[in-house]
Design a protein around this ligand. Structure first.
Ligand SMILES: NC(=O)c1ccc[n+]([C@@H]2O[C@H](COP(=O)([O-])OP(=O)(O)OC[C@H]3O[C@@H](n4cnc5c(N)ncnc54)[C@H](O)[C@@H]3O)[C@@H](O)[C@H]2O)c1
Length: 319
């Protein structure tokens, strides 16, 4: 079907290779950063330490060098965590790579100089001259995808034809792809759901959490409108769908649970989750300066209280 390069051999990049291979693509994975992933992906068995399975034999692994980006691919998939985005953006810019990009990474950046929140597709376009950027988001636990459990995701691009072309390359019976033109709404939803998953986790009990769930959705609707996304996106896979899976389990809702129990963020992190990356924390620190100043705080009291609890290390107030 095509030649796909996946940059990032973490849980998501590796799991994503499975439907791509099943759809008869030639898939190469490369890992620029993590020595454990490199060691495992380069081995014969390709045992993935966080997915806890052997990846398909057909999956090719190449050590990361700039040269790999110069090879001819039909699609380059970015599956690095947010911390790796500037690195790969710069590499792609320096080499003037024009291959279509598909970004799996979730998160947002704050541009201090312009006082603007940038989505990852904005960042690739504005800072790294990438012209053809699509994003793939939605409720997808990498471990479940790797076991071929039925998973639905959404690919967004203003040019829906490009999104559909990508969908054709990657979808299988168990990996179902929807499409959207609302790239900004999809990206904002897929990032802020991590913060709302913390808030819902802080409810501790199901009755309380359900109430926080519906309040979270209302706040997400406000924020999506604020950033000029579409209302319907909040209720789609990148919004409501991803919020459900993140609130039901995962590191953000776990951290939320400790905040709800009355621990301050720094104490909870040190005591219960010292080695875990809590994506919601990183996002909070990134977007707090903008959200606290520029939005209507009365419309998003849960978000405001959560941001304050993280950045000022204060007890979380959710009522
Ligand atoms: N779109 C989806 O369907 C979907 C689903 C789940 C997760 N995700 C997102 O995918 C991203 C990766 O998640 P994961 O579960 O694979 O995480 P992971 O921790 O298993 O892997 C992280 C990847 O980022 C790389 N990385 C980390 N820090 C880096 C740095 N400073 N420079 C360069 N590379 C660096 C690692 O080497 C690795 O390749 C996250 O943003 C996550 O939110 C997307």
């Amino acid at each position: 079907m095509g030649k796909i390069l996946i940059i990032g051999g973490g849980a998501m990049g590796s799991a994503f290779s499975i439907p791509c291979l099943e759809n008869n693509n030639q898939v190469t994975i490369t890992e620029p950063y993590n020595k454990i992933f490199i060691k495992n992906l380069a081995s014969k068995k390709k045992f993935h330490p966080s997915l806890k399975l052997n990846l398909p034999k057909k999956l090719k692994f190449k050590y990361y060098t700039k040269n790999i980006l110069k090879e001819k691919f039909d699609l380059i998939v970015i599956a690095l965590s947010l911390a790796g985005i500037d690195f790969i953006g710069k590499e792609l810019k320096d080499l003037r790579i024009k291959t279509p990009l598909l970004v799996l990474t979730k998160g947002l950046k704050y541009d201090k100089k312009k006082n603007k929140i940038l989505t990852i597709s904005n960042l690739f376009k504005n800072n790294y001259n990438a012209s053809n950027v699509s994003v793939l988001k939605g409720p997808c636990l990498a471990k479940e995808l790797a076991k071929k459990n039925k998973t639905s995701v959404i690919v967004a691009n203003k040019n829906i034809k490009i999104a559909k072309m990508i969908g054709k390359k990657i979808s299988t019976k168990y990996y179902i792809v929807e499409f959207s033109k609302d790239i900004i709404g999809v990206e904002i939803c897929s990032a802020i759901k991590n913060l709302y998953a913390m808030i819902i986790g802080a409810g501790i009990h199901l009755n309380t959490s359900s109430n926080l769930f519906q309040k979270s959705l209302k706040e997400m609707k406000y924020l999506i409108k604020f950033f000029k996304g579409k209302d319907e996106t909040t209720l789609g896979l990148a919004g409501l769908g991803d919020l459900y899976v993140s609130a039901a389990g995962g590191r953000n809702s776990k951290m939320g649970y400790y905040l709800g129990k009355g621990y301050k963020f720094e104490v909870a992190k040190k005591k219960f989750m010292p080695n875990d990356t809590v994506e919601g924390e990183q996002l909070a620190r990134e977007i707090a300066p903008f959200i606290l100043k520029k939005t209507n705080r009365k419309r998003i009291p849960l978000m405001i209280n959560l941001l304050k609890s993280i950045i000022y290390n204060k007890k979380l107030k959710i009522n």
